[in-house]
Ligand binder design. Structure first.
Ligand SMILES: [Zn+2]
Length: 198
């Protein structure tokens, strides 16, 4: 795409597909741009889904083209209200971990997502049985998962759980594929919890 800022023409390589505010993929509309310095420009886009404006940050390549390096603002994904009620601490940590992932901080995202999953499982078990708080609060992630499985029989969960063990998600070194698996697991679990409490 060719754009003009202050009567100077710029060759823009990619348009951001995903809006950083609503996280939907759409065809954002170019609005205007500003020159930060010789190497960097910011471009404002209008999201056709949520109608907010967001910024695409571009950096100059050796070829004189500008490539998308980041989008702004960094906003957090919506998580359903029912989960927020049961486990506000999960929501906070999950959202922060996703921000870390978006910034390619894979290890930080992995540790955060794993911990957020543990918090979510424990909070749900506590929601079912407040009297066992002393025991539940001491569960490890594996124990939380086992006890969760006993309460809700979701076949996918045991499958993903096996998968996680195989891919060593339970260890502390994370690959991108581990993050994808943990995110899928959190998604399945939060949907299962949601269907139980509605
Ligand atoms: Zn949007």
């Amino acid at each position: 795409m060719q754009i003009e800022i202050d009567n100077i023409s710029f060759d823009i390589q990619q348009i951001p597909r995903k809006c950083p505010i609503c996280h939907y993929e759409s065809e954002p509309i170019y609005k205007s741009g500003t020159i930060i310095n010789y190497h960097k420009i910011d471009i404002a886009f209008h999201c056709t889904n949520c109608h907010h404006m967001f910024i695409g940050k571009y950096k100059k390549l050796q070829t004189n083209k500008y490539t998308l390096v980041d989008t702004w603002p960094k906003t957090l994904r919506n998580i359903n209200f029912e989960i927020k009620d049961i486990s506000p601490n999960f929501v906070k940590l999950y959202e922060e971990s996703i921000c870390a992932y978006d910034s390619e901080l894979i290890q930080l995202a992995g540790i955060g997502l794993k911990k957020s999953l543990e918090i979510l499982l424990k909070d749900f078990l506590l929601h079912l049985n407040q009297n066992d708080a002393d025991v539940i609060n001491k569960y490890t992630l594996e124990e939380s998962m086992e006890n969760f499985n006993k309460k809700i029989n979701v076949i996918e969960i045991s499958n993903i759980n096996d998968c996680m063990k195989k891919s060593e998600c339970y260890n502390t070194k994370f690959e991108q594929s581990d993050i994808v698996r943990i995110k899928a697991l959190i998604n399945t679990i939060s949907n299962a919890i949601r269907s139980q409490i509605l």
